[in-house]
Design a protein around this ligand. Sequence first.
Ligand code: HEM
Length: 506
Amino acid sequence: MDSDSSSLRFCSISSVFFFMFFSFTLLFSLFSLLIFVLRLKLWCKCEICQAFLNSSWTKDFDNLCDWYTHLLKKSPTGSIRIHVLGNIITADPENVEHILKTRFENYPKGKPFSALLGDLLGQGIFNVDGDSWKFQRKMASLELGSVSIRMHAFNIVESEIRSRLIPLLSSVSGKQRVLDLQDMFRRFSFDSICKFSFGFDPGCLELSLPVSKFADAFDLASKLSAQRGVVPSSLIWKAKRVLNLGSEKKLKQAIKMVDEFAQRMINQRREMGFSDKHDLLSRFMGTIDDEKYLRDIVVSFLLAGRDTVASGLTSFFWLLSQHPKVESSIREELESVMSGSSSSSDDRQFVTFDQMREMHYLHAAVCESLRLFPPVQLDSKFSQDDDVLPDYTFVTKGTRVTYHPYAMGRLERIWGSDCLEFNPERWLKNGRYVPENPYKYPVFQAGLRVCLGKEMALVEMKCVVLAIISRFNIRVADPNQKPVFTPALTATVRGGLPILVHERRA
Ligand code: HEM
């Protein structure tokens, strides 16, 4: 047989194989699409699904979460169904308790969620269920619950405030120079969480507001991972990932940078020794050898602790700009706590950890702000089996069930007729802060998977609030600006929050 005819035969065999492969892939895709259409009821003609599909809700609402809130208010049960998304959304505290505690085992994060964030978070606590979650939760609670690590976090935050936040605000004070408060808080919380997690200082809040390649790569990776959740079918992003196209190509590159950075941190820690270090990575390195697992754990913490705090602080200062009386009350409380202090005048500019614990009004104001503007506006689980929620909503196996802290903070049936008001007093009894039922206020989630950084986040936010309002008057550049949110993992204000700063006289 000459070489021409053998190559001809080879070509025709490979064409047959290619044709078979192509037909099989096409059939498989069509079949998956059919299942997808059947499951999600894409033909659904109900008013809610139609408004969702043709985006007509945008005529009346700036934010998707405001539209959901409107629908949940109207619903007699406090739950709604978006058939085309295969999603039940609830704002009923009893349902929330059922999902997060009573039938916790039936409502894991589930595969659809972990697939979205899997490339970025790997097997980190945020992204796993079952034994791997239990193990990390146990270890992380021991670490985060310890007094020494809380003091360590407090010291990190205080030093970032002293050396960067205050100098930056002073540098723009009285100059009619507009500063984006959201950007400042994102830089602040990124520096803080990196120091806390890796013992590494990226210096994002230096006066020159430098570009950090790592912060940018991390931002891009979180944004693109979140965007996977917005496409109608996971088949689309999965196909793009296989073919290494468009957003998936960018995501891969961004994750590569995050990986390289994390690996460098781990190597450095190994070389320098970690037994006497306080950062989270060093503490985990004492018990875990697997480098990939270490990377996943730490990246989960970066995601958990960065944008959430920045988002909470941004909304807090927007609310404060609308409520000068609350600002004055916090200042009065600060003066009263500080007047009892015997420290030198320089130290007296910063409250101690114990003094801050005495500030009940401040604590109430922060909780109240998070009630109206929770950084995590909604959170979903996937039902393992058929179930019935306490409000008699039937849940079929595989359904996505979402609880909605943003809507819950705005419902009269939960918070009374003044639910839309920013009123810290609602948290106080005889001047002392009284916590609420966590299922009525699931801002930090609740139940078995409640946020592990809750205390740390509240301390961080309160430190920043005190440092700023005791030294500066912050005014929002456009007093008519209302927060409009962009779709992301955490509530992010579109266009940031431009402010003007004036130093207060002593
Ligand atoms: C205002 C700030 C914060 C808010 C509103 C918040 C809220 C939440 C929410 C809603 C969850 C559940 C997410 C889910 O399961 O999908 C969560 C989980 C978690 N948070 Fe936070 N968080 C904040 C700050 C922090 C900080 C500063 C840290 C760490 C230093 C942290 C660490 C974690 C961890 C490790 C989990 C996972 C817990 C688990 O799955 O068992 N959070 N947080």
